[in-house]
Design a protein. Structure first.
Length: 182
């Protein structure tokens, strides 16, 4: 397991996220020594589609990508759809790419990447129903368990979480990636 002690990782989400796509990476990041922070456009707490509830640490409108070493974007259709329509969430996400910082995205979480215009000429994967959206946004979509492209880590479904978590930790431990771009 990668040691990412002292790093701070933003988890951007709102209600309707896929529970395990928050909890598994959150635990992996925490177990590897980093501080996970739940960032959301919603105040109070967020609830997953299977009932997991977690307190929001910071409003997305009040934080900056400058405050974090990496970003994780859990999926869930409702979560992903709401985030891609929130201007603060889209801008926050895009800044991680502009700064070359690692970003992990799983399942429907990739929708926000199309809004942020950060997948052009990048290889990634997602839940299969997002394939056309990502390809139309310029991505090279592949159907693989985990795909890494210069700090961008993507996976398809909760079944891919072990590989996703391991690769996210590796990319965070490597730090800024010169090839990561908006």
């Amino acid at each position: 397991m990668a040691d990412i002690t002292g790093r701070t990782v933003a988890f951007l989400l709102t209600d309707g996220y896929e529970d395990s796509e928050l909890t598994a990476p959150w635990d992996a990041v925490s177990d590897a020594g980093a501080t996970p922070t739940l960032v959301s456009p919603k105040d109070g707490s967020v609830e997953g589609k299977k009932g997991h509830s977690q307190a929001v640490d910071a409003a997305v409108a009040n934080v900056s990508a400058d405050d974090f070493d990496a970003l994780v974007l859990p999926g869930g259709v409702v979560n992903a759809d709401h985030l891609r329509m929130d201007a603060d969430s889209v801008a926050f996400t895009k800044r991680f790419f502009e700064q070359g910082k690692p970003v992990g995205v799983i399942c429907h979480g990739a929708w926000i990447l199309t809004e942020a215009d950060v997948v052009r000429d990048r290889e990634n994967t997602s839940y299969p129903s997002l394939r056309t959206d990502l390809v139309n946004a310029g991505a090279r979509w592949v159907d693989e368990e985990v795909v890494t492209d210069q700090g961008l880590v993507s996976s398809r479904t909760p079944a891919d979480l072990p590989a996703f978590c391991a690769k996210v930790l590796e990319e965070i431990s490597e730090g800024v990636h010169a090839g990561q771009h908006a």
